[in-house]
Design a protein around this ligand. Structure first.
Ligand SMILES: [Zn+2]
Length: 258
């Protein structure tokens, strides 16, 4: 499954580009947007078949028969988690095209953290517990981690195009109308905060990403995901010698012979 994510500022012609993708293979495409009446409107505009245009809330009804999924204003979907979980299970899908402005600025450290955790195959709950090993967190952080985890934006195989910049005339005036963060998100296309990452934050990501080097090619007896050596430098002097192993997905712990 190929995944393209075009993150673009407001009024940059996103919906027009999304409809162009639809027009290439109307029968094999599922066009998903955030509101039912907007889906109908777009369907009429291109003389489409209503079965190919839905609001994100109807994702559960559409599981087979589409090669191309087009998501319009994805970051504003109220049920991103449901959409994510359903789409990754759709076996016929060849390519996903996502067009959206960001809904807000995400903390850059959280974004990197979640991305690393997903890349090494940690489940959502394992990601949360990794995070709490390094930092305490509030409900708000947990919400942000959840929102980032069940989001194509943090998939390791996403092909991200966030280079689109609009010409910025009337800057002062717009900042006054929109407030600074909204101006940065909607006009400058800045969806991550640009605060520097602390040394502690940096080290926590490196620690987690080093798990990747410890993956050992053995399937978890519980869930089938790849296990890693949780204490790779330690060999237990049993007969035969053993190493401690762990599953990042379900939390299984045990030993393997070396
Ligand atoms: Zn497991």
């Amino acid at each position: 499954m190929k995944k393209y994510f075009f993150i673009q500022p407001r009024q940059s012609g996103k919906t027009t580009k999304a409809l162009d993708i639809y027009r290439k293979s109307p029968n094999d495409s599922l066009f998903i947007t955030y509101k039912a009446d907007f889906a109908n409107e777009l369907c009429k505009k291109v003389n489409g078949n209503p079965k190919n245009f839905i609001s994100s809330m109807k994702i559960k009804d559409k599981t087979v028969g589409y090669k191309f999924i087009i998501l319009d204003e994805y970051m504003f979907f109220k049920n991103k988690e449901e959409v994510y979980e359903n789409i990754v299970k759709m076996i016929d899908v060849e390519t996903i095209y996502i067009y959206s402005t960001s809904n807000k600025q995400y903390n850059k450290y959280l974004y990197n953290f979640v991305k690393y955790c997903k890349e090494i195959g940690l489940s959502y709950s394992a990601t949360l517990s990794e995070y709490s090993r390094y930092k305490g967190f509030s409900d708000k952080t947990e919400d942000d981690i959840r929102e980032l985890y069940y989001n194509f934006l943090t998939d390791s195989d996403i092909i991200l195009d966030d280079k689109f910049k609009k010409s910025t005339k009337n800057t002062e005036e717009l900042i006054n109308i929109l407030c600074k963060e909204q101006y940065e998100v909607e006009i400058l296309n800045k969806y991550l905060t640009d605060n520097l990452i602390s040394l502690e934050e940096h080290n926590s990501i490196i620690n987690i990403s080093s798990h990747k080097l410890k993956l050992n090619g053995i399937a978890c007896p519980n869930c089938g995901k790849e296990l890693f050596d949780s204490q790779p430098d330690i060999i237990l002097m049993t007969n035969p010698p053993k190493k401690h192993i762990e599953c990042g997905n379900c939390g299984f712990e045990g030993y393997r012979n070396t």
